[in-house]
Design a protein around this ligand. Sequence first.
Ligand code: GSH
Length: 215
Amino acid sequence: MRLYDYAPSLNGYKVRLLLSHLGLRLETEWVDIFAGEASTAAFLRMNPSGQVPVLEVRPGTFLPESNAILYYLAQGTPYWPADTQQQAQALRWMFFEQESHQPSVATLRHWTLTGKLSRYPSLVEPKRRLGHAVLATMNGHLAGQAFFAGAGYSIADMALYAYTHLAHEGGFVLEAYPQVVDWLARVRSQPGYLDEVFPYPPNAAGYLPGEQEVA
Ligand SMILES: N[C@@H](CCC(=O)N[C@@H](CS)C(=O)NCC(=O)O)C(=O)O
């Protein structure tokens, strides 16, 4: 298996976090998304969305989407619950992460760190409101349980952890969400936790990702 990834990508980090918990290393090809390397014809044949991460599960067979990759790699491991009810809960939170968390918490961090907030003035406040609603939803859920899927620590936690633990870089004050802060600490204490954040390089600032808002 080979992973196509970009070091500052937190969608890529989700996959690296699971691999680290599993004690696995994959051959990795680094793709400079801000230099257009995810928009070449060759890359678009692997992922028509032009995004990392992509897992080459066997030569010529490609699996894009971070949460799908987490699901694939977690099969048969403690990070994918055995119980159907808990599997459904894990999926619920992974869909929530894509639907609500990425376009708010993740996007505002990207725009803040790369100087792009002023490009989208009418979108910032709605995204900030959505981000607060997302964090409040997470906080409320975690008041009743230690991890998102209800069982132990799972890939649902990894999916949500990636952008939540750096939400302050997008202007969110996490201390307002104490259950989330406690959960972040529980994630960090898991065996094999990967403490790794790569800053955006200078070419991130000039990049216009078209319809895409997250990086
Ligand atoms: N839904 C996708 C989103 C992936 C994504 O946004 N990847 C970013 C890096 S974090 C990317 O490759 N952006 C390049 C672009 O959109 O042009 C996933 O979860 O894998």
